[in-house]
Write a protein that binds this ligand. Structure first.
Ligand code: ACO
Length: 329
């Protein structure tokens, strides 16, 4: 009998912008085609904010839905961790804006920067803090508005991303439900294969930095792809080994939704049947730190996760960072 020691999930929620950008919409912006995007990425459409919409709008909606789902009052939340790289402002933390908006009067709040790994990193940090006994309920959030830093003339990147946010309310494990095992890794040697150079202390914003498009995402797609498959496979293997779970005991795999081909390559390495792999990248594109919690909420609400399910999640993002977790529901 596997025991869960880490935090358990009491409720989840997510929020997406209403506006949908299809591949044929993108055909009018850059030299691309629906066929190329579908064949190379599996993405057919993505939800995108109206320019100027801050991340907090999505995250607050996701948080309120997760609280309602969990039946927990905001006043009983004492910790808020938001995984994101597209906060409303450089500071304060967007988590503090969420704290105020939802009325979590007694909560500590901070943002965590791990790009697409933001939610699984935040979950594990919150789980460790809950284990101290100093916190009773945590609100763990993941979300990004990457379309705010996309260069819409760069076809290599602009077709990949969508906006969205997800949330989960956590409490210490009851021994049956919760985190069975989680891992987190990084390798900064590859920082410049996927990065956003401008606007920080290295290149403070200037007219020149804007003209050089330093505020936009830069990416070596092929290299990112290669590392993503290898690292996610290693992390998933680690979680299976350390939690003494076999692949047969995993009811659902939720991989980071970046590219259908990355997900398929991962599935092939583990010979996992496709009906056990959650996919929404076709509808949402890559929502970065929103990817895992949105998929998790969709899987719960559609009945693909039920009480007793064991779910594995695995992700990879800029940094590089990568992480995985096995959770019993
Ligand atoms: N439309 C049409 N053609 C395009 C487009 C486009 N949108 N983008 C690139 N091309 C062209 C290239 O210019 C190239 O043309 P060339 O052969 O004449 O030079 C050709 O298509 C092939 O380009 P590649 O980069 O080799 O294509 P690849 O099959 O590697 O697919 C992609 C590119 C989709 C970016 C892929 O490498 C990928 O998904 N990488 C992972 C990136 C990622 O997911 N990043 C997100 C953050 S990290 C994460 O979440 C895992």
């Amino acid at each position: 009998m596997i025991t869960s020691r880490g935090a358990m999930i009491l409720g989840t929620g997510h929020a997406l912008p209403e506006r949908i950008l299809t591949n044929s919409d993108l055909e009018k912006i850059v030299d691309t085609s629906d066929q190329w995007i579908v064949e190379r990425t599996g993405i057919r459409q993505r939800h995108v904010v109206t320019p100027g919409t801050p991340l907090s709008e999505l995250v607050i909606r996701a948080a309120e839905r997760a609280l309602a789902d969990a039946g927990v009052n905001a006043a009983d939340i004492d910790l808020i961790v938001l995984g994101s790289v597209t906060g409303d402002m450089k500071f304060p933390a967007t988590a503090c804006l969420v704290q105020e908006a939802i009325g979590a009067k007694h909560a500590a709040a901070f943002d965590l920067s791990a790009a697409c790994s933001g939610f699984l990193y935040s979950y594990q940090v919150a789980s460790a803090l809950l284990a101290t006994g100093n916190f009773k309920h945590a609100l763990v959030l993941g979300g990004d508005v990457l379309t705010s830093m996309v260069d819409w003339s760069d076809r290599d990147t602009c077709v990949l991303f969508g906006d969205g946010a997800g949330a989960a309310v956590l409490a210490p494990s009851d021994g049956k439900r919760g985190l069975i095992y989680g891992c987190m890794h990084s390798n900064g040697a590859h920082a410049k294969l996927l990065y956003n150079p401008g606007g920080g202390s290295l290149h403070p914003p200037t007219h020149e930095s804007i003209d050089a498009k330093q505020h936009a995402i830069r990416m070596e797609g092929r290299e990112v792809f290669r590392h993503a498959v290898t690292s996610m496979a290693e992390a998933l293997q680690e979680v299976l080994q350390k939690s003494s779970l076999t692949l047969n005991e995993i009811d659902l795999l939720i991989p980071h939704q970046a590219n259908l081909r990355i997900i398929e390559a991962l599935g092939k390495r583990f010979a996992i049947s496709s009906d056990k792999v959650f996919i929404n990248v076709d509808r949402l594109g890559n929502t970065s730190a929103g990817s895992i919690p949105i998929a998790l909420d969709e899987a719960l609400k559609s009945g693909r996760i039920v009480p007793g399910s064991t779910v594995a999640m695995v992700t990879f993002g800029a940094g590089f960072t990568w992480a995985a977790a096995a959770i019993r529901f």
